[in-house]
Write a protein of this length. Sequence first.
Length: 67
Amino acid sequence: MQQTTQTADPANASVGYGWCAWHQGNARGVRLISVIEQGSGPGTAGNHFACGPCRQAYDLVPLADRP
Ligand SMILES: [Zn+2]
């Protein structure tokens, strides 16, 4: 079982207000997500922004948090 106990981490201090491609709406704290053939995503490959709840719901990893 995967458990995400992520709340507001300090690393996201520089988050902004923007468009979340996953729930199709504006949200605070969106992060840039690089999408590569994601079945449950928006369907198009490319760069999209996702808000916190959507990142947890779809198990998204922000581009900046990747190795
Ligand atoms: Zn969202």
